[in-house]
Design a protein around this ligand. Structure first.
Ligand code: CP3
Length: 355
């Protein structure tokens, strides 16, 4: 094990993109979902002046926040600062981030008339701010050799928010429409798939070097409902995005029961959470995809010795398999100590560094 300090991506093609293509790397690449956010004092400072939607819609600010974790840690990729929900605004929904509570949609989609009224906007018009932020951020990142990830919510996770109007435990309204009015559900999912696909494609065209599709709530579905009522729409969105020519990361949580279906819906990299061993995930997913994951974000709250032990378990399970991207199994939590993030990122590089 070499304990020299790792410098940012000395090689011409970044180790993150190499791993997306399942090529061998000089060390395992690492980035963290939600790596820009409230656990950083720089972000909290900016939030005293601007709310989250103002940051997202002002390209200079979105660029600045995207760079905060890149400036603080030896991360191997940046993810553009945005959220999965602004595309719903472009469809005609009214979105607010309520302090201390999370996102709220004031006019959730419940009826046939609501679905019919939804627009499928041109991302260049409805989401120009994120596309512009991508261009500006690429200019900053290129000199450092760090690639930029663009992202979107997947049709199912977006449908859950659009129908429920907020986060949900049981998805009564969303699954209620899916099961009770399947034709209406399909109309909604078609619109979402179209928007997600073209939004991802536009991000690649604006300069995103990889794309992640977040299906955060997909683990709430039975395998047959996923296969029949969700998978075709995720697949359609991924098919559209593929024209961008950049690797696609397909992430979901709680996907143990549908892991092979997630892979079959598409994506070059499959993101998994901590509820599955990486060894088992690799056996089930086979050799044609890379894997991203899968440390429990709560481990970052533990003392370093405990955190290190858990990171080591993840890396030992990946066993130097080409195509492992180290990440958390879900987003980093606001109470995470910054020192633990720094030590974790450095440890991943040091522990996996090739002689
Ligand atoms: O990873 C990054 O650094 C990029 C930024 C990013 C945000 N949201 C910024 C954000 C990303 C990739 C997301 C994705 C997102 N947003 C998801 C999918 C990933 C996941 O965690 O499951 C979901 C479900 C959302 C919806 C959302 N946005 C919720 C439920 C909340 C409130 C809960 C919370 O964490 O506060 C948000 C707000 C949000 N999006 C914050 C950030 C940094 C915190 C808001 C704040 O600054 O007050």
């Amino acid at each position: 094990m070499d304990t020299n300090k790792v410098t940012h991506n000395p090689q011409p093609i970044s180790r993150f993109l190499q791993a997306c293509h399942r090529q061998p790397t000089d060390a395992t690449p690492v980035w963290l979902m939600r790596q820009a956010g409230r656990y950083m004092s720089e972000y909290r400072e900016l939030r005293k002046t601007y709310d989250i939607l103002e940051i997202i819609k002002t390209p200079e600010l979105a660029c600045q926040v995207t760079m905060q974790p890149i400036n603080a840690f030896e991360l191997d990729a940046a993810i553009i600062f945005a959220d999965i929900l602004p595309p719903l605004e472009g469809m005609g929904l009214s979105l607010e981030f309520v302090k201390g509570e999370g996102p709220l949609i004031h006019n959730p989609v419940r009826t046939a008339a609501d679905v019919a009224a939804l627009r499928v906007p041109d991302p260049q018009e409805a989401l120009w701010f994120t596309l512009e932020a991508i261009k500006q951020t690429r200019a900053e990142l290129d000199s450092r050799g760090i690639p930029l990830i663009g992202f979107s919510g997947a049709p199912y996770t977006l449908a859950s928010y659009a129908i429920e109007g907020h986060g949900s435990r049981n998805y009564e309204h969303a699954k209620g429409m899916m099961m009770g009015q399947p034709e209406l559900w399909r109309q909604l999912m078609e619109k979402l798939a179209d928007l997600v696909g073209h939004y991802l494609l536009a991000q690649a065209q604006a300069g995103a070097q990889a794309l992640q599709i977040f299906d955060s709530w997909v683990g709430s579905l039975s395998p047959s409902d996923y296969r029949e009522l969700v998978m075709p729409y995720t697949r359609h969105a991924i098919e559209i995005a593929k024209a961008g020519g950049v690797p696609i990361i397909h992430f979901g949580t709680d996907t143990n029961g549908i892991l092979e279906l997630i892979r079959d819906a598409g994506g070059d990299v499959i993101g998994v959470d901590w509820r599955i061993d990486l060894t088992a995930a690799w056996q089930r997913l086979g050799p044609n995809v890379a894997i991203q994951g899968n440390l429990d974000p709560i481990a970052l709250m533990a003392p370093w010795a405990q955190l290190k032990q858990r990171a080591q378990i993840v890396l030992d399970q990946a066993a130097g398999h080409p195509g492992h991207i180290f990440n958390l199994g879900h987003g980093i939590l606001p109470a995470t100590p910054v020192d633990n993030v720094r030590r974790l990122v450095d440890f991943v590089h040091e522990y996996t560094q090739q002689a």
